[in-house]
Design a protein around this ligand. Structure first.
Ligand code: MN
Ligand code: MN
Length: 415
């Protein structure tokens, strides 16, 4: 039970953040923490921290500094932020990545965050991993060539997805008025944007005589090929997508497979007062056979229920808001960490977890899995499917209490 005479940490922080500077917020945060007695020892001298402090990091992750009493043991890293990653800036945009180097347990998935200014290209390329992408800002033209010679040419906007299968050559170009920024997810933890197959590098590393025989072009033309990688570089904003489709050969060469999907604007699979969940996998987006994804919105105070995924590890990208996630990693190991926009979270396969919106605005995050289908198990639903006697003898709950537990999976609570 909450004692109403105590300041509520969430409302206290929200009000403080709105009116005070960063250092004042930190001071009030410490007071609010101690008034809630989150951890034995925070009330007395045991939690004092007289040595040097990185105040900015401490303010970002209070749950590491003053963990809940229930946290225990050494859980491997499950938080990183694109805002800590090296940003490779070139004329035309930039890129940065969070891979298995940053999150050692993330063997299945890695992520890249990329910006292209209007007209600029992510150079024509392909790679060994499957690519799954979500548009964060602006719009882009995406092309994917199929082995049968047909090509998909599409424009994607905010909240849209695209995929490029492993080995299929593809391109991304920023459109007007201000290009785009997007998230790329690859189904290889060790993936690196520095190790893709680039058109420019192949022609630069092929003997000219062979290029002439292969392409039938003149020696003068071949001499103009780039001598090193282009990777990200400025270009011309293209015209209408229909014109591009027509000029390459129209319907006759048009891909029968769609590699794009509107995720943000689709009808929610689940929606209640606490938020919503949208799920995209191979069942509603046929081309997405490598990665399944959920887009979750949590209202302030709401939680993503206690659950786990039987088929895959989870790789998260936070688009908005502030929250905390607790990961239960078996053997009595559990850790709670705080997350903010542009952070990456990771949950090992089958590990229990829950997420709470601790801020004053909506939390929006993507959860991705190396799987053709999304699958999760709800702790509540499991408990309610069991004979009550079995639950009573495990959790020492009265029948009347068991009946209060939601009977069906409710990915976002409260209803
Ligand atoms: Mn790619
Ligand atoms: Mn999950």
């Amino acid at each position: 039970m909450q004692d109403d005479s105590r300041p509520n940490r969430r409302s206290f922080l929200g009000a403080a953040a709105a009116t005070l500077g960063a250092s004042a917020v930190l001071a009030s945060y410490a007071r609010a923490q101690s008034s809630e007695t989150i951890h034995k020892g925070t009330m007395d001298h045991s939690a004092s921290n007289p040595g040097p402090v990185n105040k900015a990091l401490l303010g970002e992750n209070g749950s590491s500094n003053n963990p809940p009493d229930t946290d225990h043991g050494d859980v491997n890293p499950f938080w990183y932020s694109f805002d800590l990653a090296h940003r490779r800036i070139q004329e035309g945009g930039w890129t940065r990545q969070v891979t298995q180097k940053e999150l050692p347990d993330s063997k299945d998935l890695a992520g890249v965050n990329m910006r292209l200014t209007a007209g600029s290209y992510r150079e024509l390329h392909w790679h060994t991993a499957n690519e799954w992408a979500y548009m964060l800002y602006g719009s882009a033209r995406v092309t994917v060539l199929n082995p049968d010679g047909t090509i998909a040419i599409d424009d994607v906007g905010v909240g849209d997805l695209w995929v490029a299968p492993a080995g299929y050559p593809h391109s991304i170009q920023g459109l007007g008025p201000d290009g785009c920024e997007f998230l790329l997810v690859f189904d290889q933890g060790t993936f690196s944007e520095y190790q893709t197959f680039l058109l420019s590098e192949w022609v630069a590393h092929t003997p000219t005589e062979l290029l002439l025989k292969n392409m039938g072009i003149s020696r003068e033309a071949a001499a103009k090929f780039p001598k090193e990688e282009e990777y990200i570089f400025p270009g011309t904003i293209p015209g209408a997508v229909e014109d591009d489709r027509r000029v390459v050969g129209g319907k006759a060469v048009e891909s029968k497979i769609s590699y794009v999907f509107s995720m943000r604007s689709m009808k929610a699979n689940f929606e209640d007062a606490g938020g919503s969940v949208r799920i995209v996998d191979s069942r509603n987006f046929g081309a997405s056979t490598a990665v399944a994804a959920g887009l979750v919105v949590l209202k302030p105070g709401a939680i993503r229920e206690m659950h786990w995924h039987p088929n895959a590890a989870e790789w998260q990208y936070w688009l908005a808001g502030s929250g905390r996630m607790t990961v239960f990693a078996s053997s009595a190991k559990a850790r709670t960490m705080d997350f903010h926009a542009n952070d990456v979270g990771f949950v090992p396969a089958v590990a229990g977890h829950m997420i709470e919106n601790t801020g004053t605005e909506d939390v929006v995050f993507l959860e991705m899995f190396k799987s053709s289908v999304f699958s999760d198990i709800s702790l509540n639903q499991w408990i309610r499917r069991l004979p009550p006697q079995m639950v009573m003898e495990h959790l020492h709950l009265e029948q009347s209490e068991i009946r209060k537990i939601p009977q069906e999976s409710s990915p976002v609570l409260p209803r």
